[in-house]
Design a protein around this ligand. Structure first.
Ligand SMILES: *Cc1c(COP(=O)(O)O)cnc(C)c1O
Length: 378
């Protein structure tokens, strides 16, 4: 495998080589990383639930009751009453007839798009959609048309030329933090006779009433967005993902989504933990209020010190740096000051837009935010 070396060396030379840090404790602002205490601003645990004692207890009690492994795929004999209860809770939470658990968000997106579109269909996607949504269209062997970011008028023009099966977008864009123009996209989809699919990995738990997500934020429902995908490893602090929609959608996925069928069900104990974290996320509105306060505090402080932020009202607050080398240098400088903010580089983001992706959590304190701002000022 010597011929792999030049490619690795080239990545090094372009500052695009990726390296994993070693975490020595739970996901929380006070992190231990590579043996050092660092204040972290890069997790997706927006509500501070990943390390919540009640969620931990539910996982532990769940393991007592169900054991660890589910032992089989959902369609063999891995589908437990715990999974079923979580699917029902997620359907109720999202106001939809049914929900279906997937092992990960990546797999949910592959499964949905490849089950609903085929080689004679066109799938329209926002240029900045999550990689799993783009990969889903590739796996479906559908024609993939990417429209300019959040640009409903550009999509409108494209839809006049080519008919669409699916229109697919992130609700909150994972690397920019901005919202998709969902009301406009829903209207376009309706006029074009296409289905709109929203990946709300970063909106659920955070936006809308009781954390119901980007759709609720815009006052949109089931008829506007027939396919809603959400993840459980971000604001809900656990692991896994789900798709919510009509009876027919969910039954179609059960019959034909390969990434649903040909994989082991997640541990039932995990479903027990998510049931608890979902209940806390809905009930404890102070978590969303505190998060909104930290977003405001960070943005006001950043403006005061002349930092160029993006147009984001969510906990994702990227600082665009430009080159990959420069983003790594900034990240290293922050780390030297005891702060962990990872550099996000191409191909995760477009060339020339390498950035520090600051994420905020309800688990941060006002002092944490101020410490980050002080470090960014230097
Ligand atoms: C994280 C993420 C996913 C993938 O979800 P996993 O459960 O981590 O596989 C999909 N879409 C978006 C927008 C994401 O941010």
């Amino acid at each position: 495998m010597d011929n792999l070396r030049p490619r690795l060396d080239a990545l090094q030379a372009q500052s695009l080589y990726r390296r994993r840090r070693l975490q020595d404790g739970p996901q929380q602002p006070q992190a231990r990383v590579d043996g050092r205490a660092l204040l972290s601003f890069c997790g997706n645990d927006y509500l501070g639930l990943a390390n919540h004692p009640d969620v931990i207890a539910a996982l532990r009690d769940g393991a007592q009751r169900w054991g660890v492994g589910s032992g089989a795929a959902h369609l063999v004999n891995g589908h437990s009453r715990a999974h079923q209860a979580l699917e029902e809770a997620l359907a109720e939470f999202t106001g939809r007839p049914r929900a279906l658990l997937f092992s990960t968000g990546y797999m949910a997106n592959l499964g949905v798009i490849s089950a609903l579109a085929g080689r004679h269909d066109t799938v329209f996607e926002d240029r900045l959609n999550h990689a799993s949504l783009l990969d889903g269209a590739l796996l479906a062997r559908a024609r993939l048309r990417r429209y300019p970011h959040a640009d409903a008028s550009a999509l409108h023009r494209l839809l006049k030329i080519e008919s669409a099966r699916l229109i697919v977008t992130d609700g909150v864009f994972s690397m920019d933090g901005d919202l998709a123009p969902l009301p406009e996209l829903a209207a376009l989809a309706r006029d074009a006779g296409a289905w709109l699919m929203v990946d709300d990995a970063h909106g659920l738990g955070v936006l809308g009433r009781d954390g119901r997500g980007s759709l609720d934020h815009f006052g949109l429902g089931f008829n506007d967005v027939p396919i809603l995908m959400g993840t459980l490893g971000k604001a809900f602090g656990t692991f896994g993902a789900f798709v919510a929609g009509s009876e027919e959608l969910i039954e179609t996925l059960i019959q034909s989504a390969r990434s649903y069928i040909y994989t082991t069900a997640t541990p039932p104990a995990l479903a027990e933990a998510t049931l608890v974290s979902l209940a806390i996320a809905r009930r404890e509105t102070w978590r969303r209020e505190r998060l909104a306060e930290w977003i405001e505090r960070f943005r006001t402080g950043a403006a005061r010190i002349g930092l160029q932020l993006m147009d984001s009202s969510t906990p994702i607050q990227p600082i665009i740096v430009g080159s990959a080398a420069q983003a790594l240098a900034w990240s290293a400088a922050l780390e030297a000051a005891g702060l962990l903010v990872t550099a996000i580089r191409p191909p995760t983001v477009p060339e020339g837009t390498a950035r520090l992706r600051v994420t905020l959590s309800a688990a941060h304190t006002a002092e944490d935010i101020d410490r980050l701002l002080a470090a960014l000022e230097l």
